[in-house]
Structures are given as C-alpha cells and as structure tokens.
Design a protein around this ligand. Structure first.
Ligand SMILES: C[S@@+](CC[C@H](N)C(=O)[O-])C[C@H]1O[C@@H](n2cnc3c(N)ncnc32)[C@H](O)[C@@H]1O
Length: 242
C-alpha cells in the first residue's frame, strides 16, 4: 500500500467514526444504559478510582462523548478542572447541554479536537482518562504518545474499554451478546443498527489486555498494568508519564 493510500484510508476511518457517532449522539446515553443494564456507570467510577486525583488537579478526559466521565470526575471532587475533548460536534453539544443541567458550577469545559493532535502544551495535565474509545482511534500508538506528551511527569492515564475475555467459554458467551444482541438492541434503542454493528466489530482487531499494556509501555508510560472486570470483557488499563 502506498503512503498516500494509507493516509487516505486512515483519514476515512476517522471521518466514518465521527459521522457514525454524530448519527447516534441523540440516543447514545440511553443506549449505553440499556445495553449494559446500567453497569457502564459503575465501570466509569471504577476507572476514576484508579486515577487518584488531588484537589484542583487539571484532568483531561479524551474522547469524552456526551461527558459521562467528566461528570463523574467533578462529582468526585468539585475542585477539579476538567477538560473533555472529542472530535464529534453533536456529542459535544449534548455534553455542553448536560453540563448546564448537571454541573453548572463545575470547572468543566469541552474542546473540539482530534485526540491524535491535542491542542495543549506539553505537561499541561495532572491526569487523563478515556472511556470506551481507544478502539475507535485511527492510530493507537500515536494517540498514546500524544496523551503522554500532555501529562506532567508522574501523572496517570486510565483507559476503560471492552476487552477480550481470556476464558474461551466466557468469551464465546460474550461474543453472542456483543456481536448479535448489541447490534439488534442498539439498532432499536440507539437508532442505528450499522453503528451498533461497527462498535463490536471495532474490538476484533484491537489488542487483547496484555498486548494493550505492552502498547502503553511502548508509548513511554511507566508503572503500567490493567484490571480486568466482568471476566475480562471489560478492562481498565493504566500507566503514568515518566
Ligand atoms: C464510544 S464513545 C465514548 C464516549 C465516552 N467516553 C463514554 O464513556 O461514553 C467514543 C467517542 O470517541 C470519539 N472519538 C473517536 N475518535 C476520536 C478522535 N480521534 N478524536 C476525538 N474524539 C474521538 C467519538 O466522537 C465518540 O464521542
């Protein structure tokens, strides 16, 4: 493949992902709650537990979508300065509307940008989070390096996402749910069957949990590890900037 062809393919993946999230933005939160029976919020809180925040810390939530992790962060500690970043305008519009209702006094702002090219200076943040998104970025390694760049030394990055269960029987049961039930229910509740077909498919070529930990290390993070949840179908990866 030529480099021109490659960059065309990667940019078309980015455009596809952005348009797909724009199409499901109005019902994204409802679909999440239904598809996970409300467990998604519990997993987000568990991810934040691993971040370890201090008073007035500046925290970056990457691929913030409609803002769920941002709202958990400011609820956890109202002194935090939280910045949510996403490249999908309709998702950010919902995040801003929700912020007016849910957290009008929080130090919370939303910035439209691609997480592979963050509009922030080196070492500007005391911590970073990402939820259910690393599978969707065009280049995982470039994204991880970019996240490390904006973290001050010692600051942690915590990534929550679906993962590949190590137990084969468990994995098979999860695959039925993820590849058959999610597209069907997501299509009805979320309003787009094709979007909810893409989301599970994005896990297929994603590294498994140990391999993703290696990618964190390769991007320069230290003290890396991961915590499997729900039999390893969900994983919280973490690492710190050196
Ligand atoms: C599955 S949603 C997750 C939203 C939120 N983090 C949550 O926990 O619900 C994925 C989000 O990642 C965003 N996204 C994907 N690739 C991106 C990129 N390269 N830069 C910025 N946002 C991106 C999408 O627009 C979408 O809002």
């Amino acid at each position: 493949m030529t480099s021109t062809q490659e960059s065309k393919d990667t940019s078309s993946k980015g455009t596809y992902v952005r348009d797909m999230f724009a199409s499901i933005a109005p019902r994204y939160d409802l679909a999440n709650r239904v598809l996970t029976a409300g467990f998604d919020e519990l997993w987000r809180r568990s991810a934040i537990d691993r971040l370890g925040v201090n008073t007035s810390d500046a925290i970056l939530d990457l691929c913030c979508g409609t803002g769920d992790i941002c709202f958990h962060l400011v609820r956890r500690d109202p002194t935090l300065n939280v910045t949510g970043v996403d490249f999908c305008t309709p998702m950010l519009e919902r995040a801003r509307q929700r912020a007016q209702r849910k957290a009008p006094h929080a130090h919370l702002k939303f910035v439209e940008a691609d997480v592979m090219a963050l509009p922030f200076a080196d070492t500007s943040f005391d911590g970073a989070t990402m939820g259910f998104s690393l599978r969707n970025v065009v280049d995982i390694d470039a994204t991880l390096k970019e996240i490390r760049r904006v973290l001050r030394p010692g600051a942690r990055f915590v990534n929550l996402d679906v993962s590949k269960a190590p137990n084969r029987l468990f994995k098979r049961a999860f695959d039925v749910y993820f590849y058959a039930i999610v597209p069907m229910v997501g299509g009805i509740v979320g309003g787009s069957k094709s979007a909810y077909k893409y989301l599970p498919a994005s896990l297929t070529h994603h590294p498994d949990a140990p391999a993703l930990e290696d990618r964190f290390k390769a991007a320069g993070f230290v003290n890396c590890g991961y915590a499997p949840l729900c039999g390893g179908t969900i994983a919280i990866h973490f690492g710190a900037a050196p």
